[in-house]
Design a protein around this ligand. Structure first.
Ligand code: E4P
Length: 222
């Protein structure tokens, strides 16, 4: 499974990439706007992200018409070869997905909340479909059962669209997504850094180092 960071924060992206476990980045207008306020402009921020990340970087359109989405998508794609154009899951979005596919531009259909939506965006040619698990959990629905259902539906018909689990809120979402066989999980840096933690690892390392500190170092061979 691929891990994407769901952030536009340069420090978080640099840090995550240095760990060797980040396969890509997803952004959305909320995440981008947080980084722009009083700091930098869109193009500078995105160019910086694209120099740090080798893998796919999703950048979302803000137009609501198909023509507008396609025009924006073409401009976004010019910023870097690894740009994936994020398109809302609407009828206009379906039209834009179809056109962008014909132009060989990779797409990420965002705000997917049902199997039927996932099927529609796959048929329209989306490279990724992003079901939002956390936002379903928020309204007492089971986000992860949607991932299971989409996996089954896609596998039934050999759809190539990749399942990108989004709105990940905690490490259990990541583990469950991996066990279901989702292709990608995108997560905030806060969730990403929790994936490596285990109290027994910390306890074990502490004991090893304490025992090592007790020996006479002059007897070491090196
Ligand atoms: C996905 O691409 C979205 O940017 C993201 O996962 C949304 O997460 P949220 O529901 O925590 O805002």
């Amino acid at each position: 499974m691929k891990f994407f960071l769901d952030t536009a924060n340069i420090k978080e992206i640099e840090e995550g990439v240095s760990w060797g476990c980040v396969d890509g980045v997803t952004t959305n207008p909320t995440l981008i706007s947080k980084e722009l306020v009083g700091k930098t402009d869109f193009k500078t921020l995105v160019k910086k992200i694209l120099t740090i990340v080798e893998g796919p970087v999703s950048l979302e359109v803000t137009s609501i018409t198909a023509d507008g989405m396609v025009e924006e998508g073409k401009k976004l794609k010019k910023l870097g070869n690894n740009v994936v154009v994020k398109i809302p899951t609407t009828i206009e979005g379906l039209k834009a997905l179809k056109v962008l596919k014909s132009l060989n531009i990779k797409t990420n259909a965002t705000l997917v909340f049902s199997v039927n939506q996932a099927l529609m965006v796959a048929k329209a040619g989306a490279t990724y479909a992003s079901p939002f698990v956390g936002r379903l959990d928020d309204i007492s629905e089971d986000g992860m059962s949607l991932i299971e259902d989409i996996r089954e539906a896609y596998d039934n018909y050999d759809f190539e669209t990749k399942i990108l689990v989004a709105s990940v809120r905690h490490p259990i979402h990541v583990k469950e997504a991996a066990l279901i066989g989702a292709d990608v999980a995108t997560m905030p840096f806060d969730v990403f850094k929790k994936l490596i933690n285990h109290p027994k690892t910390e306890e074990g390392l502490k004991r090893f180092l304490e025992d090592w500190a007790k020996i006479d170092k002059s007897k070491l061979m090196f």
